[in-house]
Write a protein that binds this ligand. Structure first.
Ligand SMILES: Cc1ncc(COP(=O)(O)O)c(C=O)c1O
Length: 456
């Protein structure tokens, strides 16, 4: 690396300082109308370069006007806030710039990744045969699980393509990646059975059983069930043990999508929400959602490593030149060049321990309790979500949720989104930023109330 990096890291440090100061003073960034972005900011690229001062100033304007997802006023997404030890790991991974495909190019980083996978496997009681990898996100974890299940059911598919009528199952409230993934995997969007959910948003296991029976009677091949720990809108958890029993009877792969709330496995108090995860064939979670590691930190585990190999290993003499497959992680991953997404989770885990991670999860849940209590004790509010969910879904007075969220955003007050369940549309407050306190949650409601009473 040339000496120039020291100069550029100085620029970086100054910009980070500006960003943090701006965050503390102003919270979220001012909204720029889409049609004005190019007019207001120096984004356009030209033939000639610029000096460092102009470079820094252009970049400063852009970053100060970019939504600050770590702000205490950002509740819009299933991620928010950054863990600083994790940021250190992420920045070092960038500077090291390894690819995780082989031991030859990633060295000890391979063990960093493997150690996390080992520890997570033990948290969910997977046997020693487990396998795992760090895909690029929750959608990719779900995709890989679907492919693994497909190839296990009909191994010839890998070479010949699909010739059978395969069907898979997921709840009506599950993440949209299910449909996309079915299309990418050659299963087809129409061959996903969306199983009805109850009031809480949990999959009805009897309806799942009925759907599977119908498909078997029609000579179709059920091969994959996706159950969710923390659905995207309601934060609900499907009845895993019941679903596992159903899958077991008909030899159907059970995948648990814990992208949102799967980190409960770290908390003694909330681990029960993922009860039954040990019966699954694969499980994933996103540390970038509830633990504040930078995007993306997704982990996929399978009960048997051979299932990962079957679908993802490939010969490549130009790449696999030393060491065995245990250390050449490209044999169990989707990508060839794969960035190091493990180090930022390792730096977090190493610094606070599994207990510290458990406490972070518990903080998230206690913030959601505070929000729900506030709503329950205030007759101007109606609550739509349930206990033990990090999504707090509500409406305030008769204000329209879509209008309210949009105007809060347009007027730079708060960033929060809306959702829909069983025909009702509501504000969805997600309590995943562990840096927030009771004061920040109460302040959220105060800002929302003051704004809507004055301006809507
Ligand atoms: C339940 C669930 N699964 C999967 C995903 C997709 O994860 P990613 O955004 O990392 O692709 C999400 C994202 O919100 C989710 O809520």
């Amino acid at each position: 690396m040339s000496e120039k990096i020291f100069n550029d890291l100085n620029i970086f440090n100054k910009l980070v300082n500006d960003l943090i100061n701006d965050d503390q003073e102003k919270g979220i960034s001012p909204k720029i109308q889409t049609e004005d972005v190019l007019k207001k900011l120096d984004i356009s690229l030209s033939e000639n370069g610029i000096d460092d001062e102009t470079f820094k100033n252009s970049l400063k304007e852009i970053i100060l006007n970019t939504p600050k997802t770590s702000s205490k006023l950002f509740f819009n997404q299933l991620f928010g806030g950054l863990n600083s030890k994790s940021v250190v790991g992420e920045l070092l991974a960038v500077i090291l710039n390894n690819s995780m495909a082989t031991y030859k190019i990633a060295g000890p980083m391979v063990e960093v990744e493997k150690e996390i996978l080992r520890k997570v496997a033990s948290l969910i009681d997977y046997p020693k045969t487990f396998g795992g990898t760090f895909p690029t996100g929750g959608s990719m974890c779900n995709f890989m699980a679907l492919i693994i299940a497909r190839d296990k059911k009909i191994p010839e598919i890998r070479n010949n393509g699909k010739q059978q009528d395969l069907v898979c199952y997921s709840s009506q409230n599950s993440h949209y990646s299910m449909g996309k993934n079915a299309s990418f995997a050659g299963i087809g969007r129409n061959n996903v059975r969306y199983i009805e959910t109850n009031e809480k948003g949990e999959m009805c296991s009897e309806s799942l059983q009925t759907a599977i029976k119908n498909d078997l009677n029609n000579k179709l091949i059920p091969f994959f069930v996706n159950a969710t720990v923390g659905t995207t809108v309601m934060g609900a958890t499907d009845p895993i043990s019941e679903i596992a029993n159903i899958c077991n009877k008909d030899n159907i792969w059970l995948h648990i999508d814990g992208a949102f709330a799967g980190t409960v496995i770290f908390s003694k108090k909330y681990k029960h929400l993922a009860e039954g995860v040990q019966y699954s064939d694969s499980f994933c979670f996103n540390a970038h959602k509830t633990l504040g590691t930078p995007l993306s930190t997704s982990i996929l585990l399978t009960k048997d490593e051979q299932d990962l190999y079957r679908s993802f290993s490939n010969k490549a003499e130009y790449l696999y030149q030393t060491d065995n497959n245990d250390y050449n992680l490209g044999q169990t991953s989707f990508e060839c060049g794969r960035r190091n997404n493990a180090l930022k989770f390792w730096t977090l885990w190493k610094s606070v321990g599994a207990n510290g991670i458990g406490e972070m999860v518990e903080t998230n849940y206690s913030l959601s309790d505070i929000a729900r209590n506030y709503i329950r004790n205030n007759s101007d509010y109606k609550l739509y979500s349930y206990d033990d969910s990090l999504s707090v879904c509500f409406n305030y007075k008769d204000f329209d949720a879509i209008e309210l969220c949009t105007q809060l955003y347009n007027n730079n007050k708060l960033m929060v989104g809306y959702g829909e369940h069983k025909g009702e549309t509501f504000v969805r407050l997600v309590t995943i930023n562990r840096e927030n306190t009771k004061k920040d949650i109460l302040s959220f409601f105060k800002i929302l109330e003051d704004f809507s009473n004055k301006h809507l």
